[in-house]
Design a protein around this ligand. Structure first.
Ligand code: AMP
Length: 596
């Protein structure tokens, strides 16, 4: 079977990983680089360039170089600041498209080119075909954005096994799934272009997002821009070079030098910048200090504060409630950012993982869990379809509804439909249809109980899906305590196509399914009512007047004819009418019983 890879499809950079001998590893491209810039360049002719080669073209041919495509995924024209160097197409309100060299692309098509490159790198590194992937998305991505990301993976030839939230993946990479139940963590993610803060709670082995906030236009790029402007001002006032021409200060060389210096200042206190022949024969030399950089970065980093406070308030948490704070995104390597996080959350942030690789590593671990390469780690999952049992009349009785977070436990009490019954057949079903026969049968077994008159037995049925997605069905005779437990796999691992088909069918047949259910339920009632009325008439019919007897006979005939037509609503009405017509008969019987 083809391995499952984990992909961090980032705004600035993307990464891909795979499990190797039980450990997640990130795969390098042919140049030995693991970080692939999420950039696509379209040359005049020939195949698009992706990654580092494309990023280099950004300065040379900005109109033909698409970057930050992720910002536009699932978005419409006019929803977001369109401050990119390439053209956007489409009317206001239409899905965003990018226009490059007379051609138009959707954001997912651009993302697909990036994923395709990652896939080729992975195939080279692993020496075989790779067709299955887990892809991460920001926690705030809505359904349409998740679907679009999935589509990008599919366009690149992958079967997308799962879409995972980035903070959840990061928490997995930091090993926080090992924290105890109810542990709460903050994931502070400051990347090149975006900032996200997420508060998660670990509940029975599953991460739940309690709150998220962020800014899709805040990140290391803003610090770079501030630094470049600062250096340009400095360049304009150095010594004999009275001023460099504008082209020089916006040059890619200056930007590159600024970014390198910024990175250096994360570990050192000074970084020399030397650009020989920066403009004509003029050199540019400058000694940048960490203090200087921090002064420029401070207002940018400060913008994350309100989001952190908002997320805490939304989750109704205080910093003291948190068990850990983890850092994600390359920009969190900056000491100033770490100090800032320490200040807000009043604790030392966890820096045990590589912040720009944590999401990809987590996606890889998740891929490992899905492929079975990682065990004893929980599935971060919900039930894709409802689970239940078949009840009287062939109906589906849902016990765990679709989209419940696992692990989960739920149960219900059932009784016997037939007098003298001493066993109950438990048929476990999965699906969204009203009639048992239209759902999938996961398994069945029989529970014996003490023989009982109709409706007197009490059988409890409990469904429990554990953290590994295994369904344990327990049935117990509550009177004697006799019970049976049966485990069933495959309750969670259902292919997406199968789930989609089931959902489509349930929508398509919703109306007839509902009327089938109404009929079955009404028929169960008629099956009880008719013999009871016949018996009552035989016992006390003589005490009714002729008119009353005629009316009851007429109502009985109506129930019988509705039964024959199979129509639910008329049968339901006929049952009610018969019930009403026999009120006095019922009273006579009760009084007689009391006299006796
Ligand atoms: P990401 O989007 O997570 O790949 O983060 C990219 C951002 O992190 C860019 O703005 C980088 O300049 C920044 N970055 C990467 N390494 C460092 C570092 N050592 N110190 C400061 N910033 C860094």
């Amino acid at each position: 079977m083809s391995p499952i890879v984990g992909i961090d499809l980032g705004t600035t950079n993307s990464l891909i990983g795979a499990m190797d001998a039980g450990f997640p590893i990130l795969l390098a491209d042919a140049d030995g680089e693991r970080l692939t810039p999420s950039v696509v360049y379209f040359p005049q002719s020939g195949e698009p360039l992706v990654g580092r080669a494309a990023a280099r073209m950004r300065a040379v041919d900005p109109a033909a170089t698409v970057y930050s495509a992720k910002r536009f995924i699932g978005r419409r024209v006019g929803e977001d600041a369109d401050d990119v160097s390439y053209a956007l197409a489409g009317e206001r309100g239409a899905p965003v498209r990018m226009r490059v060299r007379e051609r138009e692309f959707s954001p997912e098509e651009i993302s697909a080119l990036i994923v395709k490159k990652l896939r080729a790198d992975a195939e080279r590194a692993l020496g075989g075909e790779v067709t299955r992937a887990v892809i991460t998305v920001p926690a705030y991505f809505n359904d349409a954005q998740r679907q679009a990301t999935k589509a990008a993976g599919e366009l690149a030839g992958f079967t997308v096994e799962r879409i995972v939230s980035e903070p959840t993946a990061a928490a997995l990479a930091y090993g926080l799934d090992k924290l105890g139940d109810r542990a709460k963590i903050a994931v502070f993610d400051l990347g090149g272009g975006t900032f996200d803060i997420s508060l998660l709670e670990l509940s029975a082995g599953v991460f739940q997002v309690l709150a998220t906030s962020g800014n899709t236009h805040l990140g290391g790029d803003d610090i770079d821009a501030a630094l470049v402007a600062h250096l340009a001002r400095a360049a304009g006032s150095v010594g004999e070079a009275a001023s460099f021409p504008d082209a020089a200060v916006t040059s890619p060389r200056l930007r590159e030098a600024a970014v390198t210096a910024k990175h250096r200042l994360s570990t050192e206190s000074e970084a020399p910048i030397d650009l020989p022949f920066f403009s004509g024969d003029q050199n540019f030399s400058y000694l940048l200090t960490r203090a200087e950089l921090e002064k420029l970065a401070q207002p940018i980093v400060e913008k994350t504060r309100a989001h952190c406070l908002r997320a805490l308030a939304d989750a109704r948490l205080t910093p003291a409630d948190l068990d850990d704070v983890i850092l994600v995104g390359g920009q969190t390597r900056m000491p100033l950012v770490r100090e800032f996080v320490r200040g807000i959350f009043q604790r030392e942030p966890n820096v045990s993982q590589n912040p720009d690789e944590a999401v990809a590593l987590g996606a890889t671990i998740q891929a490992g869990i899905l492929s079975g390469a990682v065990q004893n780690v929980v599935l971060l999952d919900v039930t894709p379809l409802s689970l239940g049992i078949e009840t009287f009349g062939g109906l589906m009785n849902v016990i765990i509804p679709r989209n419940s977070t696992i692990p989960i436990k739920a149960g219900e009490l059932f009784t016997n439909a037939v007098a003298g019954q001493s066993a109950m057949q438990i048929t476990v079903l999965q699906g969204e249809r009203e009639l048992a026969r239209d759902n999938w049968r996961l398994g069945e077994f029989e529970l014996e109980f003490e023989r009982a008159p109709k409706g007197q037995a009490r059988v409890g049925v409990q469904f429990e899906i554990d953290a590994n997605g295994i369904l344990h069905v327990l049935a117990r005779d509550t009177k004697t305590g006799a019970q049976k437990i049966v485990a069933m796999t495959s309750a969670v691992d259902v292919s997406d196509e199968a789930v989609e088909k089931m959902l489509e069918e349930s929508l398509e047949h919703a109306f007839e399914d509902m009327s089938d259910r109404v009929f079955v339920e009404a028929k169960l009632k008629s099956d009880e009512l008719l013999p009871a009325v016949r018996q009552a008439l035989a016992q006390a019919g003589g005490e009714l007047c002729a008119d009353e007897r005629t009316l009851i006979a007429q109502r009985v005939a109506e129930v019988e004819s509705a039964l024959a037509t199979g129509a639910g609503q008329p049968l339901k009405r006929a049952n009610t009418a018969l019930d009403e017509a026999t009120q006095r008969l019922a009273t006579i019987l009760i009084e007689r019983a009391m006299r006796a």
